[in-house]
Design a binder for this molecule. Structure first.
Ligand SMILES: [Zn+2]
Length: 117
C-alpha cells in the first residue's frame, strides 16, 4: 500500500513517554492528548495541535490509568471536565475493540528479511 521513498536509512525515531505506564516508545505508538485553551481536551492525531500535550500509549490499560487515576490531569496540570473525560473514555473504548481484533488476527512479520545486494 504505502510507497517507500528512497533507501532505508537509520532514521532517528522520536521517542515519547507514556504518562500512564512511563514506558518510552516511538512517538507513533502513542496518542497525543492536548489541552487547547479555548477548546478543552483534544485527541491530536496529527501531532500538530498547539497546547500542553501528554502522550498515552495505545493500550486500554494506560488510558484507564490516565483517565481514572488522574495521570492525565496531573501531566496536563489541569482538571479534566466531565465532557473531556467522556470523550477520552469513548476513545479508550474504541482502542479496546481495535486491540481485540488485532490479537485475533495473525501477527506475521513480513519485513524481517533484509535484502542484500
Ligand atoms: Zn502506557
Amino acid at each position: 500500500m504505502a510507497k517507500r521513498k528512497g533507501t532505508p536509512k537509520q532514521k532517528h525515531i522520536p521517542l515519547r513517554t507514556c504518562i500512564a505506564c512511563r514506558e518510552t516508545k516511538p512517538k507513533r505508538e502513542l496518542t497525543r492528548v492536548v489541552l487547547v485553551p479555548e477548546q478543552g481536551l483534544v485527541i491530536d492525531a496529527t501531532g500538530k495541535v498547539n497546547g500542553r500535550g501528554a502522550y498515552v500509549c495505545s493500550r486500554r490499560v494506560c488510558w484507564d490509568q490516565a483517565i481514572k487515576r488522574g495521570a492525565l490531569a496531573r501531566a496536563l496540570r489541569a482538571r479534566l471536565a466531565q465532557e473531556d473525560i467522556a470523550m477520552l473514555e469513548a476513545y479508550a473504548n474504541s482502542i479496546e475493540e481495535y486491540e481485540v481484533e488485532a490479537e485475533l488476527g495473525s501477527s506475521t512479520k513480513a519485513s524481517d528479511e533484509q535484502s542484500t545486494t
